[in-house]
Design a protein around this ligand. Sequence first.
Ligand SMILES: Cc1ncc(COP(=O)(O)O)c(C=O)c1O
Length: 408
Amino acid sequence: MSRLFHPFSNPADVDEQGELVLVSGSAASVRDAAGRTYLDLTAGLWFCNAGCGRSELGAAAAEQMGRIASYSTFGDVAVDTTIRLADRIAGLAPVDDPKVFLTSGGSDSVDTAVKLVLALARIRGEPERNIILHRRHSYHGMHLGGSALAGIEGNRMHLAGDLATDVVEWDDPGTLEAAIDAADGRVVAFFCEPVIGAGGVRSTAPEYMAAVKEICDRHRVILVVDEVITGFGRLGGWFASERFGVRPDVLLFAKGVTSGYQPLGGLVLSGDVWRTLGQGLDGPWRHGYTYSGHATACAVALANIELLEREGLLAGGARLESELVAAFAPLAEMPAVTEVRAGVGALAAIQLTSGDAANRAVRGLREHGLLTRAIAGDCLQISPPLCMTSEEVNRAAEACADVLAGMR
Ligand SMILES: Cc1ncc(COP(=O)(O)O)c(C=O)c1O
């Protein structure tokens, strides 16, 4: 057994069952140290939109490292590549008059947004507005702020601390308005994944996002749309907000921006938010990370965005939407399955009867050359690389049918 402490693992279980050691990958497949290949049904951890083994992304990193790997972005300094990426993302994001703040991942972006909205409340002279609302089943990362906003109960770990939060029903804008009313002027922001990912892949009626935007605007509540999973192609466009016709005050991204080839995330702020912050601070914005805007990560992101565009992989996300429905929906008839959720981009989940069934299915699928994992306790995650072929989708669904057929 190695010395690696695996995140989200039970150490005793890993000690007993061993590790799966991967050594390479190509497109939608990965290979383990014993030479077995697996179809990757999860795009790593929802990130590998471009698929594995894209050496041009490595070449972009090498070119940048040969020039200048990175430099501080604090104050008024930045490497040219970092500025090019900020401008590129600003051109893609459905945010008015955008400014881009860069981080190393989704949790960094969430916690930056938590600090940002609380700062905005103080600047607006409304320090009493300190409650942040989020949805049941939500996942907003694992830093302290994001853990306090966990709509997956087990992930909160009693970490709300000084942060005042409240949960609203995941699919009912009316409960958002009721919570805002009940808090009597104290709600500062609503954090919202356009499609709930780690909480079990749950999509609402297409009008949901527009309804929450209207409610937030009417109550002067800041809408923070967490597109860490849904950004950069997974829903068939650059951002889900565009698909659902909303322009967030703050949009969060990570994962697909580099297809996971480098750790990178960020926030796109509207011009209004940016100007309020700029005019209200009496010193610098005292927040940032050593690797905010890391030039090598930015070079890879630029190359990845170009690749997604050049190879039509956004259309791949749209193609997978109907293919996942066609291939996986019939599994809903099986005794171990209570529901198949699909039909919103390259995102789906198979809801099983229990967590035990989900864990057994994950192990069984591995034997059939398919990698997935249990999410929200009792669902199987389906979020393939956007380059997964139609034949591979069908093969994956057949393997699921074989494994689930023998289960209760
Ligand atoms: C919606 C959402 N927000 C935030 C995060 C946290 O991102 P990271 O794990 O890169 O910190 C995740 C991770 O899965 C996510 O799904």
